[in-house]
Design a protein around this ligand. Sequence first.
Ligand code: NCD
Length: 467
Amino acid sequence: MSMANRNLVTIDDLSNEEIEAVFSLADEMSDSMNEQSSVCQGKIMATLFFEPSTRTRLSFEAAMLRLGGRVITAVDVGATSLAKGESIADMARVVGSYADIIVIRHPWEGAAKVVTDYAGVPVINAGDGGHEHPTQTLCDLYTLKKERQTIKGLKVALWGDLKYGRTVHSLTYALARFGAIIHFRPGPGLELPEHVLRKLTTEYRGKLEKYEDLNHRVKERFFPLDAIYITPSSPHQLTMMPDVSIQIEVRTADALYVTRLQRERHAPVAEGEGLKKDYPVVDKKLLKEKEFKGTKLVMHPLPRIDELAYEMDADPRSMYFKQAARGVPIRMALLALLLGAKEVDIPAEKQPTFVKKIDYRVYNRDFGVRCQNPNCVSVQETEKRYIAPEFKIVATKPLTLRCVYCEHEIHPQYIASSEKNKRYHSADSFMLGWIKPEHLIIFNTEEEARDNRFSPGQYAHISAGRR
Ligand code: NCD
């Protein structure tokens, strides 16, 4: 089966079978490195890295060079026409005419999606703000698979900045899809974003046990266990277990996936400083504690700052340099597949299974509600000239929209009908069910409704309780 011309923006762009096929090809390639030097001969890869990077960019470039291809690169926004006010769309069109494949890292969430919309060549997301980083997840999963043989039923504790850690978001989805049990151990105030949690329980159809709902207390040293995620097929039905078993369950994890505080995404800087004070550290002492003694693997996407002690490097359970080294064969396999130089070998009876896509209604109008995430590509001055806001309506009680670019969710307050008399109503009122989808207009605030010359209707100020 060919994967030529496919994009990789989120980890869900690959089925589980395709991920396994990438792993097999990576195995094959790392066993015969010297035989790969003409696989992508004549092909050009553009690496556009507008945020710092060592591992991701260099391993992509090393991968392409080992495949016999060539690389063109831009690593500084200031040295590109983006600094002159050029849009990402125009840049994508141009670079797409110079290269056969584009790898992009950008600080704005949704930037890689915009590049896919305009480049005309395959695009790989090497990290878009705090959104996703799917190729790091391939390296992480590959490591779990190599070290523990299977991911199904594995207990993986995700530690640290779960809010802004893009590697954590992609990894969470992948672990859920492969049937792992996930322990969320965020630093204070750094829990998973709402949209990631919603996806886990809707699209991935697993069960999320909030820590506060478990009726027992786990001795915590640094920060609490925030929640546990269990995939439907998981053999451990945690809720059925008596307290004592739950305690065992939460006390041990096969792998600790440690992440650094994503300081650059915390505004203002002072907030990041405060968080740093209470940020948990993984060191030898911690791993000797009862709760962590059973840990088999210590993982980290790197770079590390202070959250992972250097003394851990000599511990055979430490996997982070292996994760980084595996980036080359993994990215070789991926590049060869997306460039059509190799094909995936998936048995006919094992048709690729993607995440069950829910057919959410799409809402897109060029006025009214816009994404509220200041880091979303769709709200940037240079980009909003051509990007029309677009959302999925993921819930109606309360009305919840998910931006198709950054996936952040918003809860708009007001609605109106394009058919009627320019009156707006509360999004909590029964009018939400009455207005035909094709006529629905959504405003985030009353001010926005007024700015568009709508005035309050009969149900403008009704609350959910009076519906
Ligand atoms: C990660 C990233 O850029 O998101 N680094 C990487 O690609 N290995 C993790 C991080 O920067 O914390």
